[in-house]
Design a protein around this ligand. Structure first.
Ligand SMILES: [Zn+2]
Length: 197
């Protein structure tokens, strides 16, 4: 198995559970290749969910992965809204496809903390797909504490929001694909300069 959404872009995947966050965000349709939005219909979303959960279970080292109930149309709509919100929360702007769309009003999430002889542990809480959303937030939070979340970026191109994991030494990458998006931006900048001169 592989992360189903991210591998559509031929991208290297983020390590461990962060790969789940990256894959969720990459279900959007973006970029030159413009593959379908994997959450656009209930059938597509269920197919993605089956694959992503199988992959999540295989890489999970936090003990959070579990099988989830079949998606309902309401779950699917909530996931789409959550995807927009998470994208904006991580990257500071809405993604180009859904900018200006209806946003949910600050839903809250409830992680669970336990203390035992094994130590203090944090778990996702919530029923059904709310559990999944809470898990994604906790994974991001953990990545934030470990300093690796800042390596997860959305492509700098105006027309591409593909989410990539920057493995460069100084974390300086800005394009999901330098040839595809970096070159197009250079050509546009060159044309703009030529038009002015
Ligand atoms: Zn790109």
């Amino acid at each position: 198995m592989a992360w189903p959404a991210t591998t559509r872009y031929g991208l290297p995947v983020a390590p461990g559970n962060l790969g789940l966050v990256q894959d969720f965000l990459n279900t959007i349709t973006e970029g030159t290749i413009a593959p379908p939005d994997l959450l656009a219909t209930l059938n597509d979303a269920q197919e993605w969910a089956d694959q992503v959960i199988e992959q999540w279970i295989s890489v999970d080292d936090l003990g959070w992965a579990k099988t989830l109930p079949r998606l309902t149309e309401n779950d699917r709509k909530a996931l789409v809204a959550f995807r927009d919100q998470l994208f904006e929360g991580l990257f500071g702007h809405s993604h180009s496809e859904t900018a200006g769309g209806p946003a949910r009003k600050n839903p809250t999430y409830h992680p669970v903390m336990t203390v035992s002889a094994g130590g203090i542990e944090l778990w996702p809480g919530g029923e059904g797909w709310k559990y999944f959303e809470t898990a994604l937030l906790l994974i991001c939070h953990q990545g934030q504490l470990e300093g690796v979340l800042r390596r997860m970026k959305s492509c700098k191109s105006d027309t591409c929001d593909v989410v990539f994991y920057d493995r460069s030494n100084n974390n300086s990458g800005v394009w999901h694909d330098v040839k595809l998006c970096g070159n197009r931006a250079n050509v546009r900048a060159h044309r703009a300069r030529s038009a002015v001169n």
